[in-house]
Design a protein around this ligand. Sequence first.
Ligand SMILES: *Cc1c(COP(=O)(O)O)cnc(C)c1O
Length: 379
Amino acid sequence: MKFGTKAIHAGVEPDPSTGAIMTPIYQTSTYVQRSPGDHKGYEYSRTHNPTRTQLQNALAALENGKHGLCFSSGMAAVDAIMKLLKPGDEVVSTNDLYGGSYRIFTKIFQNYGIKFHFTNMQDVGNVEKLVNENTKMIWVETPTNPLLNIIDIKAYGELCKKRNLLLVADNTFATPYLQTPLDMGADMVMHSLTKYMGGHSDVVMGAIIVKDDDLHERLAFIQNSCGATPGPQDCFLVLRGLKTLHLRMERHCQNGRQVAEFLKNHPKVNKVYWPGFTEHPNHEVAQKQMRDFGGMVSFELKGDNVDDATRVLENLKLFALAESLGGVESLCGHPATMTHASIPREDRMKAGLSDTLIRLSVGVEDAEDLIADLEQAIG
Ligand SMILES: *Cc1c(COP(=O)(O)O)cnc(C)c1O
């Protein structure tokens, strides 16, 4: 089945009790049993809920996995994955990891005796040097935020197989429309469904998708034991969002391309970060592992005056100044003062996050209007 057909049909069955084509919102905490232990597969909604089950099945189908597990946020999904580990275990990840993941690793799980290494994962050699007998997991995120670096998932799939490590891919920025990490050797795909998957900026939720039955069982045990499960109304909203994932992503990618090209030719723009440009340092990997290049575009203004960036962000009208990404509406952000403000300026500069860097989540509006908005704002 092709992706668009899957987005609409896969994993979702008409409701068995009424035939409702749209999965109902099962707003219930518990389920009546005919006789003790004699039930219809549902006992308590932390453990199972029919609306959540349908969403989990749909996610598994889209990621070419076997099992899906939903959580009350992307961070709750990260939390569950980390609970597979024990004190003394080590994890290697990228040095431009999503800030929330970096925070939970270093400020929470480090206190429980898990050790984290961060390196530039565009070079597999950097990671190989950090792998030792305690290493249990490699954590990939690609494209990265906000510089849109691309990490070769397949190369890490091979390394993890050779060294018997678990490979996790945070697929939030790409979505399964652009890449399916389980097909490239990942053991687990993690999502913030809050972003493109939900797609309408109306829900916070996360997910893990796996192929392996044993891994699924361990994660489902953590999900039920720790209890960070989403409510059925939120599951319904994400299920609804998934039905147009392919249409939205197609337009996000088209608009992203047009915006990136417009910015590249603008005399006041110094640099544009977008993996679709042939001169992007990881363009070849992007072309190999992604179907298209996504709707995230970052750019840097000429000069180093932070006021110039502030002025552009204040002047933009269609691009709303806000955290988050992946919704139908375009958003803009300023990493230096927003998402990456906690990084000391010197370290930020070294990482390439200058004071005039602006990140765009290009929405699905008409590209002409988005470009006109950028034109008037940059001046
Ligand atoms: C937003 C995000 C998360 C965290 O997800 P929440 O739903 O906000 O908890 C994790 N990884 C990436 C790449 C994200 O963009």
